[in-house]
Design a protein around this ligand. Structure first.
Ligand code: SF4
Length: 232
């Protein structure tokens, strides 16, 4: 399914220079903007001082053509390891799929020092800090969008975005200045956002795969389309 949408004036892609955006794309380690998440982060630091327990930065080079947007760090995944989708089940399926379609190289071993690198691909999250029960509040999603906007602004070659789940879909649409009604979420849907193609997928969480809401083949089919669009 392909829908056509237009980017409104003043969108993220039309914002300030990338150098300024680069500074704004990385939240402070003690970012205080979401008090509930800051408290949760502090409690995790006290309980597990060896864990990362900070806003998780994007993974991959800013000159990539593909951006993948997830929901938020998992408590024992990215929040523990400091690399998006690293250390929990969602990463097993995501990185296996990226390796299969040439968007990563190396071996994924669920550790940030496993040597895995992304190829023409970058991964970020709609919300940078781990939320309780994996559920950020609407206000938290809204306030953290500034970092997603800045991330998009620092990707001059961006051609494709894969949003993992409805929350990532809606926050990324807002970051791009698109109206939600013009691009409804549906697994496998493809929307056109100016020069950028916007792909929807169900999130590759353990829950979604255990319940067969998302099968590995359904997930692969999204990246097959992205690979066909971007070429080898
Ligand atoms: S979720 Fe984003 S805005 Fe909220 S405290 Fe973390 S980095 Fe700051």
């Amino acid at each position: 399914m392909t829908t056509n949408s237009t980017i409104e004036k003043g969108s993220a892609r039309g914002g300030p220079l990338p150098a300024a955006a680069l500074l704004r794309s990385v939240p402070d380690r003690n970012c205080p903007l979401c008090p509930r998440l800051a408290d949760f982060r502090e409690a995790a630091r006290a309980r597990e001082p060896q864990w990362f327990n900070s806003p998780v930065p994007s993974f991959g080079d800013s000159d990539a053509r593909l951006l993948i947007v997830g929901l938020a760090p998992g408590l024992q995944g990215a929040n523990r390891t400091g690399r998006p989708f690293t250390g929990d089940y969602a990463g097993d399926l995501l990185y296996a799929t990226l390796l299969e379609y040439g968007f990563a190289k190396g071996h994924y071993q669920a550790r940030p020092d496993d040597g895995l690198t992304l190829v023409d691909c970058r991964i970020s999250n709609a919300v940078r800090c781990v939320p309780p029960q994996n559920k950020p509040l609407p206000a938290e999603i809204n306030i953290c969008r500034q970092f997603l906007i800045a991330t998009i602004e620092t990707m001059p070659n961006l051609r494709a975005i894969v949003a993992l789940g409805r929350v990532a879909h809606e926050s990324t649409l807002k970051a791009l200045g698109l109206r939600a009604a013009a691009a409804p979420f549906a697994h496998g849907a493809v929307h056109q956002a100016g020069a950028t193609r916007f792909y929807d997928s169900y999130h590759c969480s353990r829950y979604n795969t255990n319940t067969r809401v998302l099968t590995p083949q359904m997930f692969r089919s999204v990246f097959e389309k992205v690979r066909a669009e971007l070429g080898k």
